[in-house]
Design a protein around this ligand. Sequence first.
Ligand code: FES
Length: 82
Amino acid sequence: MSDEAVRSSDSPFAIEVEIGTTYYWCSCGKSKTQPFCDGSHKGSSFSPVKYIAEESKKVYFCGCKQTRTPPLCDGSHKNQGS
Ligand code: FES
């Protein structure tokens, strides 16, 4: 099976995270609750990426699913497009 991540958004998701809270970032792009996993990856080769907030602040979770620094945006969404 050759799975490819679905591009869920053309820009990152700005989320106010809370210190000590664990988040599960959707790596497959199929979740309906982006940028977080809702279990839609089941049956694929993808699994969510765990992120524990070390401080309360706004972070940018990757939406294009092509980031090289998951779960956070590294600007990769700008390198693609049609
Ligand atoms: S729904 Fe995409 S990783 Fe879980």
